[in-house]
Design a protein around this ligand. Sequence first.
Ligand code: FA5
Length: 333
Amino acid sequence: MIEQIRAARDAALASLASAASSDDVRTVELEVLGRKGTLTDLKAGLGRLPTVEAKKAAGQALNDATAEVSAALAARLGEFRRAEREVQLHAERLDLTEVLRAPRRGHAHVVTQAWQRLEDVFVGLGFQVAEGPEVETDWYNFEALNMPAAHPARSMHDTFYVDHGPPGSTVLRTHTSPVQIRVMQTMPPPIYMVMPGRVFRNETADATHLAVFHQIEGLVIDRGITLADLAGTIEAFTKAFFGPGFGSRLRPSYFPFTEPSAEFDIQTPSGSWMELGGCGMVHPNVLRAGGIDPEEYSGFAFGFGIDRMAKERHAINDVREMYANDIRFVEQF
Ligand code: FA5
């Protein structure tokens, strides 16, 4: 019997040594220690041994064999569990760097970028930034800018009227020039200010016109300001915003709120000219409306279209494309 016990033990240890997985180990466990296992069977045969000594010796041998096989089982099972856990962890591993790549980040709209860059350039030239309301009174938008009710220049601006107060008294501002008056009323000269913002005109949109667009207004009021300061500022701005290869010129024009008035063009490195906006020396009536004495102070103002600048800078064919909200278009800039 002791021989049989040792043979069963050796067979079990050999099977364990060649087991290839934790399942194999469990199979060996069943075959040896299970209800019909080899060592279990032998244990059942103990009672049939003839002598007490023989029973004792075989019992001892069985206990030893069971202990040996159990220890080997536990050791092999531990090895396989570690290896299998390793494989499982590897398979279930998550690439956390994907989380950093996954969300697509947006960026400022092409017109907002132009707006911000314009502010940066003017702040670099020593200007401050102010903003005014989009809904204006007729007085700020026209009257204070030297355009009384019957003035023919009013027809240059197709105005959206707001149903508020006496008829015709409230408008969506047609330009950023009313902010000039608000700035003059709130701060004493010297004034070196730019005023960007959204403006509205009752116009049919086309490749260069929108009904809602953006302008940036500039206002300088100080003692002894002349047209040469205006031309120099425009030239410095042009080089800072567009690059050293660009130049500028002033062309005679007419605005009721400036005298003399000019259109401001820039020249691209290829030599072609492009109109950017209007400018001029602030009209004495406008200085008075802003509470500034034209005998003591003089100044210049300018205003140009931000959407048109973005259009030219990026060679966009049609300003309407910038507001069509086509992601394939806007993500290019
Ligand atoms: C004015 O609005 C004057 N307030 C500018 C000014 C300010 C002159 C200070 C003198 C002193 P104008 O209507 O030309 O001027 O418009 C100025 C610029 O706004 C134009 O050159 C153009 O770049 C832009 N602009 C005008 N209308 C539209 C439109 N419908 N869509 C897009 N941009 C426009």
